[in-house]
Ligand binder design. Structure first.
Ligand SMILES: NC(=O)c1ccc[n+]([C@@H]2O[C@H](COP(=O)([O-])OP(=O)(O)OC[C@H]3O[C@@H](n4cnc5c(N)ncnc54)[C@H](OP(=O)(O)O)[C@@H]3O)[C@@H](O)[C@H]2O)c1
Length: 288
């Protein structure tokens, strides 16, 4: 029996001036999910600053964002592992726009490796980008976020809700991100600052999903709502959480995944792929 079609999407739910006069500071905004969040915030009136290491790529993305939305976008090259570089980026944002209202902590790295062949250095690299990078971004932006009584969204994941093989580094980092967001919510809530997490499920068209999906595997088959997500699904959740409609929501983790985290799927043959990693080679593009 063929499956019924997925529930139709809605595109223009929010007012196009919802974020007029507001400024978004987005790490990871050069590409993928965080590019889409930035573009969507700009379509709804915000100006933005995008942060990453690839200076040329950032300039290209900022130009495209300005052309497609008519708003202003400042590209600032910085490594989230270095709090000083982020503080300099915040200064540039202050000079250009005078404020920050909303922050997306989205910069991240990922690859596949079982703990047995994951070096301490490789583990630390992901912790440094995903978790320390989130902490550094919060530290650098907090003075301006306090001034604007603004809000944070941290981009996490759902993979640490279960023991997902090959993802010890990312699971540990994202669990830390979720915990950090809760502390920010409690410490800064009395100053009017909100902090929430969006946990995306499998998002089609991203480099990560392309690299990490085994050949022939259909991720949509693991999703109760019958399709992979896209950047717009995550961006719509961000619009809501940043908007005044969410003014009593803080410290929450919002999975945006079509219900996928309730499934217990591991895309490679289990346990054969762990007992005999050679058998899994050739199934995915990423190196094990
Ligand atoms: N794709 C998915 O299906 C999926 C699922 C669950 C969660 N997520 C999460 O969603 C977020 C976005 O994922 P994506 O797939 O859209 O990723 P992506 O396109 O690979 O984007 C990652 C971004 O992070 C930036 N970045 C990486 N290391 C950095 C560093 N040290 N300093 C500053 N910027 C750095 C990169 O810019 P530069 O290269 O210019 O530095 C890039 O723009 C991530 O937090 C990811 O964990 C994704």
């Amino acid at each position: 029996m063929s499956s019924p079609p997925p529930i139709p999407k809605s595109h223009e739910v929010f007012s196009s001036t919802l974020f007029a006069g507001k400024v978004l500071f987005c790490t990871g905004g050069r590409s993928g999910i965080c590019y889409k969040i930035t573009e969507t915030m700009m379509r709804h009136g915000a100006d933005s600053v995008i942060i990453g290491r690839d200076a040329k790529g950032l300039e290209d993305s900022a130009r495209r964002l300005e052309e497609s939305t008519g708003r202003k976008c400042l590209a600032v090259s910085a490594d989230v592992r270095d709090v000083k570089q982020l503080q300099d980026a915040v200064e540039k944002c202050k000079e250009r726009f005078g404020r920050i209202d909303h922050v997306v902590c989205g910069a991240a790295g990922n690859f596949l490796a079982p703990i047995s062949s994951l070096s301490a250095n490789a583990f630390k690299t992901v912790i440094d980008i995903d978790l320390l990078g989130t902490y550094n971004t919060i530290k650098a932006t907090l003075p301006l976020i306090r001034s604007s009584r603004g809000s944070y969204i941290h981009i996490s994941a759902t993979l640490h809700y279960r023991g997902l093989p090959y993802q010890a580094h990312v699971s540990a980092a994202k669990a830390g991100v979720d915990a950090l967001s809760g502390v920010v919510a409690v410490e800064e809530g009395p100053r009017g600052v909100r902090s929430n997490v969006i946990a995306p499920g499998p998002i089609g068209g991203t480099v990560g999903m392309d690299r990490l999906t085994p050949k022939g595997h259909k991720p949509e088959n693991d999703v109760p709502l019958g399709r992979m997500g896209d950047g717009e699904d995550i961006a719509n959740a961000a619009l809501f959480l940043f908007s005044p409609a969410a003014s009593w929501i803080t410290g929450t983790v919002l999975p945006v995944d079509g219900g996928e985290n309730h499934m217990r799927s591991f895309v490679l043959p289990y346990p054969q792929s762990l007992l005999d990693p050679e058998s899994a080679k050739g199934l995915i593009k990423a190196r094990l």
